[in-house]
Design a protein around this ligand. Sequence first.
Ligand code: C2E
Ligand code: MG
Ligand code: MG
Ligand code: MG
Length: 280
Amino acid sequence: EAKTQGRNRHSFFTASMQESATRQRKLIKDLRGALEQEQLEVYYQPIIDLKSEEIYKAEALIRWHHPEYGFVSPVEFIPLAEETGLIIEIGEWVFQQAVNQVKEWRRLINPDFQLSVNKSPVQFHQETPSNWAESLSRSGLSGNAITIEITEGLLLESDQSVKDQIESFHVAGIQVALDDFGTGYSSLSYLKKFDIDCLKIDQAFVRNMEEGSEEHILCEAIIVMAHKLGIKVVAEGIETEQQKVLLVSAGCDYGQGYYFAKPVEAKMLTAQLIKEKRCA
Ligand code: C2E
Ligand code: MG
Ligand code: MG
Ligand code: MG
């Protein structure tokens, strides 16, 4: 009996591994046409000023509506886009969408509105680095319309071209935010070295935060140190009132999470921004 079970278990794992390999191959294949077939869309999640509880800016987050699989998470397909290099084309498209959108929101709602755009490390290693500062000015926008979100891994590289690109953002007035802070290896010294404007505390800290917990203490310490370095702090993944309260008393500047708002289509955020403006 044990033998049968063993064999079954073996074939079970093999089957599911094969299934996921097949899915991966199919996703890679379909991702090539996804842009052209208009299956990709950019959603926007508000980032809230924790003092006023008003929407301060928003983050652009890509969505893929796959014809067979339905919604496919960026957690699944962004790594595939990075492996295949498709992230270059997709990343440029997201950036252009964000530029058009921030332009509209600046015109309609608030001339200071800003959008955050994620930029993969792979995009920093293009042979001819894209010039987002120039694209912005061609669109008639100042650099402060966009914040680039980078991840810690990028800062650990000693690549001069990466440093130069980050420096060129600063020259253009584009802000740089360090995403998912606390999960990688970067230390606070990197924040200074790379002149980071803002850091985003990873959801993992916020999720398990209770009064007096290790996560709570770490968040407080990160916020104090960041502020001493002149860096603003966003807490990601706020889902409860209690998390918000603890972060406010820790002096956190901004918050992002389902407690405030989920990522939504542009037109839904437009409606919300108009409503908020009327109430103000
Ligand atoms: P991220 O940049 O850290 O984005 C925040 C993620 O947290 C988003 O997931 C957002 O929907 C999710 N989130 C926000 N609030 C909450 C909350 O209260 N609870 C929970 N459970 N989740 C929350 P999403 O949209 O699935 O994106 C996942 C990751 O995929 C992003 O993490 C980013 O690393 C990557 N990604 C998304 N869009 C792009 C893009 O255009 N370019 C690149 N390079 N990466 C992207
Ligand atoms: Mg991000
Ligand atoms: Mg993040
Ligand atoms: Mg991330």
